[in-house]
Write a protein that binds this ligand. Structure first.
Ligand code: SF4
Length: 440
């Protein structure tokens, strides 16, 4: 693997500027950068300035000069950034100047001058490839752990990223709180295995705002739900304790959305994949979850054509799909990953059969998704506006994660601002998306 580029960071000024700095640093970390503790080891240095009073300005200009001298590659942001001419008059060599709260702009400049790790690796990265582009400021990925204790035969993450290492709950919640304070409306909880959160720390008692909190999925979800933002859970395996989370979804504390990578419906294939929670009776669990939380959206991913998958296994999978009635589904044909143990399994499925199964799978699921979306026509939904297009606002409902699910087009929403939460009435649907108009 190529080494991650390093960013040096100097943060000056008030608590608001600090929140901005943390928002920028969070984004840079998500984009694969490392934060350098010193100027010398950094590929580029960001100086978040303060321009409140003259002495603060002088301090900011000094800090820029110091970073230029020690490193030479400096990007300026923050309050003083509104006066680019003043900065350039003294320090003409700065690479770029951006203003306060311009997270996207400053991170964009870092990308330009020290490009992020070039390739998105679909086998190891948590964020979808499009996630490499900057997330708009109203949603943010919140990584709660790194690595994984499982040994799925098609996966190389444990050998690349190591065993599960959870971040203590106080740490995660501190970051979440700062993100919400900086304007984030939706927190996307990610990890390789969200249900295993805290196992490595033996659910250690941590502290958040002086209060004790266990480093465990249930407690973390409850605390995140208290922050007033949408909280969406990704990469959840259906262990029994996930049942405890569903009532929080029914109560509106966290979004009624579960991203569960089932990967297959045939127990025989799941065993060959060595999937976690493969022995659980998944269909029964799903129907119990829906009894508790009827609005629950379940998204999942599947692999067809895994070595040894027979026609019968595939029929079991299609039957699973029909019964599970999942809302959002992605499907991949199996392809060997360098270093994965599945490469040694016998029973490779010929490419044309993989393709044929993929098409049949997608047809079945498209019908299911279409029917489930049609059921939403006429309902009122709360949606989060992502951007304003030529003829409509592009938003997402609680059932849609950014980048991977569908969207809600608001026909009369051109005047809305990205990041706003509004109520809409759904008027139409297709296989993936909804069309709506503003309610009231
Ligand atoms: S649970 Fe399986 S697929 Fe997911 S990261 Fe761990 S080993 Fe890989």
């Amino acid at each position: 693997m190529t080494e991650a580029p390093k960013v040096g960071f100097v943060s000056l000024g008030c608590p608001k500027a600090l929140v901005d700095s943390e928002r920028i640093l969070t984004q840079l970390r998500m984009d694969g950068y490392e934060i350098s503790p010193d100027y010398a080891g950094a590929d580029v240095v960001v100086v978040n300035t303060c321009g409140f009073i003259d002495s603060a300005k002088a301090e900011s200009l000094d800090a820029i000069g110091e970073a230029l001298e020690a490193n030479g590659r400096v990007i300026v942001t923050g309050c003083m950034g509104v006066d680019e001419a003043e900065i350039r008059a003294l320090h003409p060599r700065v690479l770029a100047v951006t203003g306060p709260q311009q997270y996207e702009a400053v991170v964009g400049e870092v990308h330009r001058h020290a490009p992020p790790p070039a390739v998105h690796d679909p086998y190891i990265d948590l964020v979808p490839p499009q996630g490499i582009k900057l997330t708009p400021r109203h949603y943010a990925y919140l990584k709660i752990s790194e690595g994984c204790n499982h040994h799925c035969t098609f996966c190389i993450i444990p050998s690349m990223r190591g065993k599960l290492v959870s971040r203590p709950a106080g740490d995660v919640l501190g970051e979440a709180e700062r993100l919400v304070a900086a304007g984030v409306k939706e927190l996307l909880v990610i990890s390789q295995d969200t249900s295993a959160y805290g196992v490595d720390l033996k659910y250690k008692l941590d502290f958040w705002d002086g209060r004790p909190i266990r480093t465990r999925m249930k407690e973390l979800c409850a605390a995140l739900g208290s922050l007033g933002a949408w909280v969406r859970l990704h990469y959840v395996y259906p262990y029994p304790h996930v049942d405890e989370i569903i009532p929080m979804m029914a109560d509106g504390l966290i979004l009624p959305y579960l991203d569960v990578p089932f990967q297959h419906g045939s127990p025989r294939v799941l065993q060959r994949m060595k999937r976690p929670a493969a022995a659980e009776n998944t269909l029964e669990r799903i129907s119990r979850w829906r009894e508790i939380c009827p609005d629950l959206t379940i998204r999942s991913t599947f692999i067809v054509g895994f070595p040894g998958e027979t026609d019968e296994d595939f029929d079991v999978l299609l039957d699973f799909l029909q019964q599970a009635q999942l809302d959002r589904v992605g499907c991949f044909t199996y392809s060997p990953v360098n270093g994965a143990r599945a490469n040694d399994l016998d029973g490779a499925v010929p490419e044309e059969i993989k393709e044929e199964r993929w098409h049949r799978f997608m047809q079945v699921q498209a019908q299911i998704s279409r029917a489930r979306l049609r059921g939403k026509v006429g309902t009122t939904q709360q949606v989060l506006v992502d951007e304003i297009g030529d003829e409509a606002a592009i938003a997402r409902s609680k059932a849609d994660a950014p980048e991977i699910d569908g969207v809600v087009l608001i026909r009369d929403g051109e005047h809305l601002a990205p990041g706003s939460l509004v109520e809409v009435i759904v008027e139409d649907s297709d296989d993936y998306d909804l069309t709506a108009r503003l309610a009231g």
